[in-house]
Design a protein around this ligand. Structure first.
Ligand code: AMP
Length: 220
């Protein structure tokens, strides 16, 4: 049986950090739409050029573009056992498209962990965030500092501040989330798939709560 997990939460909730831990522990590929876009921007592909304007403004890349890249990614053989989706879906149209895509593989969304964090905490988390160039590991100058300033603890690569983590863009990203992504909480709650985790808990504790619930679902 394949296991598709959708990780939901506002920007700055810690989805990327948790997705890395969970995907590794569960042996599932970690699919981050934001990461796919950042890779394409770095490699200056046509997709990267198209996405960059939206991302820099803190807006969502249009649904048809995002749905197509996720469909292509999910059709690769490594997703046969399932996948952990981080940052997709972000709109009701994307959630419906995901169901159609998974149906083609006779799969379905198994569980939707929702990492909740109050709005006022998000801004300070995002503007202090530093991301590594090689593996997209994430640190925070105050809440989760690297051992050496400017260097990733895991792979030694340089840490940088994402353009869309700058103050001007952060509040816009949060309002885009509230308008376009928040309806998904209700959508998945109605389907009985939502599992809410308190994202203000320490990182390790959030991971254990998540892993415990996920293993219960998988071993069912
Ligand atoms: P993230 O790394 O998930 O915070 O994504 C960074 C940016 O990439 C977002 O602010 C959007 O501009 C874009 N992006 C990522 N995922 C999606 C998506 N599912 N739909 C539309 N745009 C997305």
């Amino acid at each position: 049986m394949s296991v598709f997990i959708v990780l939901l939460g506002p920007p700055g909730a810690g989805k990327g950090t948790q997705a890395k831990v969970v995907s590794q522990r569960m042996g599932l590929p970690h699919i981050s739409s934001g990461e796919i876009y950042r890779e394409n921007i770095k490699n200056q592909t046509a997709l990267g050029k198209l996405a960059k304007g939206y991302i820099d403004r803190g807006e969502l890349v249009p649904d048809d573009v995002t749905i197509a890249i996720i469909q292509e990614r999910l059709s690769r053989p490594d997703c046969k056992p399932g996948a952990l989706l981080d940052g997709f879906p972000r709109t009701p149209a994307q959630a419906e498209a995901l169901e159609r895509i998974l149906l083609q593989f006779k799969g379905d969304v198994a569980i939707v962990p929702y990492i909740s964090v109050p709005e006022d905490v998000l801004v300070s988390r995002l503007i202090g965030r530093w991301t590594c160039r090689a593996g997209a590991h994430v640190f925070h100058e105050q809440f989760n500092p690297p051992q050496r300033t400017g260097t990733c603890d895991y792979d030694g690569s340089e840490l940088y501040q994402r353009d869309d983590d700058k103050f001007e863009t952060v509040s816009h990203r949060i309002s885009v989330y509230l308008q376009q992504t928040l309806p998904l909480i209700e959508y998945y709650k109605m389907q009985g798939k939502l599992f809410e985790v308190d994202g203000t808990l320490p990182i390790d504790q959030v991971s254990s709560v998540l892993l415990e619930e996920l293993s219960r679902i998988v071993t069912g």
